[in-house]
Design a protein around this ligand. Structure first.
Ligand SMILES: C[S@@+](CC[C@H](N)C(=O)[O-])C[C@H]1O[C@@H](n2cnc3c(N)ncnc32)[C@H](O)[C@@H]1O
Length: 387
C-alpha cells in the first residue's frame, strides 16, 4: 500500500526533477576549491572526472595544469554555462570575462554575445544562450546573472528582503569587516532581524530547497541531524559569518551583493590567472550525461574523481544506483586514484560496503580541512585513495 508520506515524497521528487532537468540551477559552484586542490594534488599527468555544477571549480583546478578535465552533468544547462565561460577565455578579453562573471552583468550583453562569443560556442550551447544571454543584461529588479537560475531567484528574494528591512548597509559592513571579532559584532546586530517569519517560511518550503538544488533525500538527511532544515541553515550561516574570515568568502558575497570583488572572487576570475587559464581551457571537456553513462561510454584510467555531494541524492533512495556508480568508478581507476566528495551526512556510512575494501580514506587530512570550508553548508568532506 502506498502511504501518504510516500505520495508526498514522490511529489517532492517530481518537483525536484522538473527543476533540475529543465533549468539552470547552480549559477556558481558551491564547494570550496581551495581545500579541494590541497587534497587532490593535481599535476600535468592528471586525468580528471568531475561533476560540472557551474564550472567554476573545473577552471580553478586548471591552474594546476592537469592533462584533461571531463566535466559531466545530467543537466545540459550547467554544461552550457561552463562552455560560455570557456568561450570568454578563448575570446581573450579579460575585462569582458570580468563583466560577465565578476560583475554578473554587461550592458549590451546580447550584442557582445552575437559578435564575439557565440561563434566560439558549440551548437547546442549557442542555441541555449541565444535565448538566455539576457540573463547578463542588468535590470533594476534583477541586477545580476547571480540572481538568475533557480538558486539565483532564492538569493534575490533574500537580498530584496534585506534591502526592504533597511539592512543592506549593515550587510556591506559585515562583508568588509577586518576581523572575525568585527564580523561577529555586525552579524549579531543583523541576525535577530534576519530570521523573521518570512525567512523561516521560505527555508522550510520544499520548492525553495528544489530551487537551491537540494533534493528531498538530502533534505531528510539534514533534518535528521539538525532537528529541521531551518536550524541547520541558521547554524551554518552563523558559523560562516562569525568564525571564518569573510574578506575572501566569495561564495556568500556574490549572493548578498550580486557580484564578486577583485580581491574576493573565484581564482578563475582573477586578472593574474587569465594568462595561465586561457591556453588551457580546451583541456576541459563537457559531457551531458549521468556519471555512470559517461564512464560506460568513456572507459579510461582516471586519476581523480570529484563527486561533489551528488551521492546524497541516492544514498537512501537508490542504493543500487550508488553501488553501480562505485563499480564504474573503481573499474576506471588505478592504485593512487583520488576520489573527493562532500555530504550533508556527518559520515560516509552510506557508501556500499565493498567500497571500503578498495579505498583508503584520508580522514585526518579531510577532517582537518573541513572546518576551513568557506561554503560551510556540508557536514563532512571525504578523500579516498584507491589501493
Ligand atoms: C550534485 S549537484 C551539487 C552542487 C554542488 N554542491 C556545487 O558545488 O554547486 C552538482 C551537479 O551535479 C549534477 N548531478 C547530480 N547527480 C548527477 C549524476 N548522477 N550524474 C551527473 N550529474 C549529476 C547536477 O545536475 C548538478 O548540476
Amino acid at each position: 500500500m502506498i502511504t501518504l508520506s510516500k505520495i508526498v515524497e514522490n511529489l517532492q521528487d517530481r518537483l525536484f526533477n522538473s527543476v533540475v532537468s529543465n533549468n539552470l540551477v547552480y549559477n556558481t559552484c558551491w564547494e570550496d576549491p581551495r581545500l579541494d586542490r590541497k587534497m587532490l594534488q593535481l599535476n600535468k599527468e592528471s586525468n580528471v572526472v568531475m561533476l560540472t555544477s557551474a564550472g567554476c571549480n573545473a577552471l580553478d583546478y586548471l591552474l594546476d595544469s592537469p592533462r584533461h578535465i571531463h566535466c559531466v552533468d545530467v543537466n545540459p544547462a550547467q554544461n552550457y554555462l561552463l562552455e560560455l565561460k570557456k568561450a570568454l577565455f578563448t575570446n581573450g578579453n579579460y575585462s569582458l570575462l570580468w563583466d560577465f562573471f565578476g560583475e554578473g552583468q554587461k550592458t549590451g550583453a546580447e550584442v557582445v554575445y552575437q559578435r564575439n562569443i557565440r561563434p566560439l560556442l558549440p551548437t547546442a550551447a549557442q542555441e541555449y544562450w541565444d535565448s538566455h544571454i539576457s540573463y547578463f543584461t542588468p535590470s533594476p529588479t534583477e541586477p545580476s546573472f547571480y540572481y538568475k537560475g533557480t538558486s539565483g531567484k532564492i538569493a534575490l528574494m533574500v537580498r530584496n528582503r534585506i534591502q526592504r528591512k533597511g539592512l543592506y548597509n549593515n550587510v556591506l559592513q559585515l562583508l568588509n569587516a577586518q576581523s572575525t571579532k568585527e564580523q561577529a559584532y555586525y552579524f549579531f546586530e543583523i541576525e535577530p532581524l534576519l530570521w523573521n517569519g518570512f525567512h523561516k517560511w521560505l527555508i522550510s518550503r520544499n520548492a525553495t530547497m528544489s530551487m537551491l538544488g537540494v533534493p528531498a533525500v538530502q533534505r531528510k538527511m539534514i533534518e535528521q541531524e539538525y532537528d529541521g532544515i531551518f536550524n541547520f541553515i541558521r547554524q551554518s550561516i552563523q558559523r560562516v559569518f562569525t568564525q571564518l574570515p569573510i574578506h575572501d568568502n566569495y561564495f556568500w558575497r556574490v549572493y548578498l551583493t550580486g557580484s564578486y570583488a577583485p580581491d574576493c572572487c573565484p581564482n578563475y576570475l582573477s586578472s593574474q590567472n587569465f594568462k595561465y587559464l586561457q591556453p588551457r581551457v580546451d583541456r576541459i571537456h563537457t559531457h551531458t550525461s549521468s556519471l555512470i553513462q559517461f564512464l560506460k561510454h568513456h572507459p579510461d584510467t582516471y586519476s581523480h574523481f570529484i563527486l561533489l555531494d551528488h551521492q546524497d541524492w541516492m544514498a537512501d533512495a537508490k542504493p543500487d544506483l550508488l553501488a553501480e556508480g562505485w563499480h564504474h568508478i573503481l573499474n576506471n581507476s588505478s592504485p593512487g586514484t583520488r576520489i573527493l566528495f562532500r555530504s550533508a551526512s556527518p559520515s560516509a556510512d552510506f557508501l556500499p560496503p565493498f567500497v571500503k575494501k578498495h579505498i583508503s580514506f584520508k580522514e585526518e587530512l579531510s577532517s582537518k580541512l573541513h572546518p576551513q570550508d568557506r561554503v560551510g553548508t556540508y557536514e563532512s568532506t571525504h578523500l579516498g585513495i584507491v589501493q
